[in-house]
Write a protein that binds this ligand. Structure first.
Ligand code: NAG
Ligand code: NAG
Ligand code: NAG
Ligand code: NAG
Ligand code: NAG
Length: 610
């Protein structure tokens, strides 16, 4: 009698367990056997071996593509193949945060670098994407990079033509754009997240936020990406053939109830291979695939039980953009399943939870008792990660500074002043190298944000760190400090300074912001400067030329006069608004259109602001 009751209970629990597993659509982490050995590694010995091997193969292809770009760029008095026989210039791309605005501006900038883009009106920088080793994204930039790489490095043309991803006319909070269907969507989300909790894992608002985001970013995947793993990206064709730069998403580490600033933030990188930080407070990485496994100094606590599928791609995009978690709390009014309402209420009402609403919990903490003794992270059972922009470094440069790149393209779509960028993010990254946490992340000199705006360093692309010889004091090997090409969002064909928290764009508006981003990266589709591609080429080859002791050509010298920040600091009165109602940059008293490149550079299609 008792035995049969137990048997019935046992069978019921199996049914319940399989029900939960099925209904989470692959969102709930699963138990697997362990690969053996330590699942973490110290970053002091250099790059992850899997990453190194990917990059080695990738660089062969990137270098050929760079040869094509440089040949097409019409560099005068410069022998491309001769140069590349002796030099290995490397490129990284970084896309800032800033919500949908940053995602869409970034999409246009990415399209400008992509040789697959069909340029109907002018010319872009096509081929730079194909020549790059890394592509990093943070917050809204992580939505961009994460969505593109999760879809086999899709081109923006294909994405627009397919018409299934980025249906931005529906708010991120309204996954299907229809009230009744949304009830269904949130019911599913509730089940998926509940499935993770039932499997024994902490869930937070980031889980719901990441799932909601995935209806936009992973709409082409089964169940809108409920089972999409970031570690699986590497199995897609364009990664198998090393066509894609290696993606890196960025988040910050934070102790609960404290704030992070650039000078002491633990900057986390998330790649398909590993998650962790080079910052001295951690200097450790865990294999992405095995996130969620209970570890002690990197070894599985139960050597027969490891975890997979914790690294849901949308959850990682949500982690990098956890600043937006608060928005989920506004869902209270709509008809939501009890599980979500309860979770929201817990975070909305409880004062302690409310304080931590913008945190993604990684529990168990993979770095628990990790060997770096000083770290507070190693003492905590839970790892708390927050939006990668919370330390003010809104352009995800830090991981790239640890990868010996010659040139970094920094796309800044931040909202610093009137929702335009003013260089603040670069200032933070520059300052950080002098703090304890910023060790070994040398970054060229940049001016203050007042100079950025008043000297038009945000009105046109600007090169920083043009002369390695001026960088002594920043690194022992000055040639290892990258030259940075800075692109700030600005109006050419559209007023692309929309609010970071605008969560819906009709499709015309979406495409207009993408086009404006294309213009920003391409100097108005190549019309402002016919030598723009050559000038970008000059920037890419610069460090290797310096390392080899080669002189610059006259053409490159002219380019550098045009685009390099020459060390001047603006000391006049600050101007109010950079852009007048026609999109022209406002005239500052001390400068004229003749002395300031970038003046009168506005697209013919930009409508006056009302
Ligand atoms: C950095 O890259 C350059 C160019 O590929 C190479 O010559 C140099 O040895 C590298 N430095 C380090 C420390 O890896
Ligand atoms: C720039 O080129 C893009 C892509 O071909 C096109 O959509 C856009 O209209 C062009 N913009 C301008 C201002 O010419
Ligand atoms: C960073 O420094 C600030 C100010 O000194 C402090 O309030 C904060 O707790 C620190 N954060 C971390 C993560 O150490
Ligand atoms: C966008 O930029 C214009 C010009 O700089 C400014 O007047 C306007 O207030 C900005 N819009 C927002 C939403 O900040
Ligand atoms: C480098 O230093 C020289 C003088 O030492 C100066 O003339 C030049 O403007 C500097 N270049 C940059 C890009 O700061």
């Amino acid at each position: 009698m008792l035995l049969s009751l137990l048997l019935i209970l046992y069978h019921l629990s199996i049914i319940a367990a399989s029900f939960i597993a099925a209904s989470s659509d692959g969102y709930a982490p699963v138990k697997v056997s362990c690969p053996g050995g330590q699942l973490t590694r110290s970053s002091t010995t250099g790059l992850n071996p899997d990453e190194q091997s990917y990059i080695n193969s990738r660089y062969q292809i990137a270098k050929q593509n760079l040869a094509t770009f440089l040949n097409d760029a019409n560099l005068k008095d410069f022998d491309v193949s001769n140069f590349l026989n002796n030099a290995n210039p490397t490129i990284g791309l970084a896309f800032s945060g800033g919500g949908y605005r940053a995602q869409l501006c970034g999409a246009g900038q990415y399209a400008a670098l992509d040789s697959r883009t069909n340029v109907v009106n002018g010319k872009g920088l096509g081929g730079i994407l194909q020549s790059s080793s890394y592509i990093s994204g943070l917050s809204g930039g992580a939505w961009l990079v994460g969505s593109l790489v999760s879809n086999n490095l899709i081109s923006i043309d294909d994405l627009i033509n397919q018409n299934s991803l980025w249906q931005t006319e529906h708010s991120i909070l309204s996954p299907s754009g229809n009230f009744l269907k949304d009830i269904g969507a949130y019911f599913k989300i509730g089940e998926q997240v509940h499935g993770k909790e039932s499997a024994g894992f902490d869930v937070t608002i980031t889980d719901i936020w990441g799932r909601a985001l995935s209806y936009q970013l992973l709409a082409n995947s089964p169940n809108n990406g409920a089972g999409s793993k970031f570690s699986d990206i590497i199995n897609q064709p364009n990664f198998q053939n090393h066509y894609s730069p290696l993606p890196i998403l960025v988040a910050d580490g934070r102790a609960p109830g404290t704030s992070v600033i650039n000078l002491n933030s633990t900057v986390f990188s998330i790649t398909p291979f590993e998650v962790g930080s080079e910052s001295p407070s951690l200097q450790s990485f865990v294999q992405t695939k095995y996130l969620g496994t209970e570890l002690d100094n990197g070894y599985p606590v139960d050597s027969s039980t490891c975890i997979n599928s914790f690294d849901n791609a949308g959850f990682l995009f949500g982690t990098s953009s956890s600043l937006f978690n608060g928005i989920i709390l506004t869902l209270g009014q709509t008809k939501l399943p009890n599980f979500i309402t309860d979770l929201i209420n817990k975070f909305a009402v409880d004062p302690f939870e409310k304080l931590n609403v913008d945190v993604a919990n990684y529990s168990p903490n993979p770095f628990y008792k990790s060997s770096n003794p000083d770290t507070s992270i190693a003492k905590s059972k839970t790892l708390y990660l927050v939006d990668g922009g919370e330390d003010g470094q809104n352009v995800p440069l830090d991981p790239l500074l640890h990868r010996n790149l010659s040139t970094i393209f920094a796309f800044d779509n931040s909202a610093d002043n009137l929702q335009w960028p003013d260089g603040t993010s670069l200032v933070k990254t520059y300052e950080r190298q002098f703090s304890a946490e910023g060790k070994n992340s040398a970054f060229p000199y940049v001016p203050d944000s007042n100079t950025f705006r008043n000297l038009n360093l945000t009105a046109k692309p600007t090169f920083f760190g043009c002369d390695a010889k001026n960088l002594t004091g920043l690194a022992d090997d000055v040639f290892s400090v990258p030259l940075v090409i800075y692109f700030a969002n600005r109006p050419y064909s559209y007023w692309s300074n929309t609010s970071t928290f605008k969560l819906e764009y009709d499709i015309d508006e979406r495409n207009s912001i993408i086009s404006n981003g294309f213009a920003v990266a391409s100097r108005l589709n190549g019309t402002i400067d016919l030598e723009w591609n050559a000038c970008v080429g000059c920037a890419i080859i610069r460090r290797e030329q310096e390392r080899l002791g080669h002189d610059q050509t006259d053409q490159c010298k002219k380019c550098f006069q045009k685009y390099c920040w020459d060390g001047t600091i603006y000391q006049g009165n600050p101007i109010g608004d950079n852009f007048d109602e026609s999109g022209l940059t406002v005239v500052a008293n001390d400068y004229t259109s003749n002395s300031i490149p970038g003046f009168f550079e506005t697209g013919p299609n930009l409508k006056k602001r009302e």
